[in-house]
Design a protein around this ligand. Structure first.
Ligand code: ADP
Ligand code: MG
Length: 262
């Protein structure tokens, strides 16, 4: 299983939208896919149609309790796609974890608690909350690599340097192999000069780390969650869906060789 954390400490940059749609695209290729909702707001869970009443075992239970992924993962309506939903409890986890000794490795330990009878996912995405607190650190501790959605706006690069510093610290302290699989520009608006300028600056600064695929600002992407559906199902032909399919293709191309076949 390859685990990809989708993180950026800024809110509203497209983490959850990316998590839902890239996970759906990967599942559509036939890969067994798991999405872990690690944001107390539970937007990824809602966006995949998992209502609060049907979130029995959640990401809180694998972080704070001893639940294993196969106990918490539940099927979605999308073939090959399972989710570990988030519940409100998770907002307390940040505080509860402070006094736990192995507080940054709870999630990675949980991902290793597998049952031989459970068919492990081939790819796992973690949708992170908008902060660099203990929940995100758990995601970075558990992940093989990081996918960063970056909104094309003026302060985008500033926020990114803070995230990259955190990644360095995580590599030094508890996950030396953590990689960055790429940065994806989101909410791109061709008609807006500033957006264009920011995209150019980001590419100048970060080069190949930035995916060629750019996610456009697209109203269908923002409508889909209210129907409990990924945009890829809600309207698979809209510009946003097509962009996420292209992103998935690029992502597959960047996965380590041995994983590509999976
Ligand atoms: P985050 O998880 O980083 O907080 P979200 O994915 O929830 O960000 O996106 C924030 C808001 O912007 C949501 O209402 C979402 O539907 C909307 N949104 C995200 N990406 C796009 C896009 N490419 N075009 C239009 N709206 C978008
Ligand atoms: Mg989110």
């Amino acid at each position: 299983m390859i685990t990809i954390a989708i993180a950026n400490q800024k809110g509203g940059v497209g983490k959850t939208t990316t998590a839902i749609n890239i996970a759906t695209a990967m599942a559509a290729t036939g890969s067994r896919t798991l999405l872990i909702d690690l944001d107390p707001q539970g937007n990824a869970s809602t966006g995949l149609g998992v209502h609060s009443g049907s979130r029995e075992t959640s990401s809180y239970d694998i972080l704070i309790g001893d639940a294993a992924i196969h106990e918490a993962a539940q099927d979605t309506d999308i073939p090959n796609l399972q989710i570990i939903p988030a519940t409100q409890d998770l907002s307390g986890a940040e505080v509860e974890l402070v006094s736990v000794e192995d507080r940054t490795s709870r999630l990675s330990q949980a991902l290793n608690r597998t049952d031989p009878a459970y068919k492990q996912p081939e790819i796992c995405f973690i949708d992170c909350p908008p902060s660099l607190g203990l929940l995100t650190l758990n995601a970075l501790g558990a992940a093989d690599t990081l996918l960063v959605p970056l909104q094309c706006e003026f302060f985008a690069l500033e926020g990114l340097s803070q995230l990259l510093q955190t990644v360095e610290r995580v590599q030094e302290r508890f996950n030396p192999d953590l990689g960055i699989i790429g940065i994806v520009l989101t909410m791109f608006d061709r008609r807006n000069r500033l957006t264009d300028q920011v995209a150019d600056d980001v590419r100048d600064c970060l080069g190949k780390l930035v995916f060629e695929t750019v996610i456009p600002r697209n109203v269908r992407l923002s409508e889909a969650p209210s129907h409990g559906l990924p945009a890829l199902i809600y309207d698979h032909e809209c510009a946003g869906s097509r962009a996420y399919i292209a992103l998935a293709r690029e992502l597959i191309g960047r996965l380590p060789e041995k994983r590509k076949a999976a």
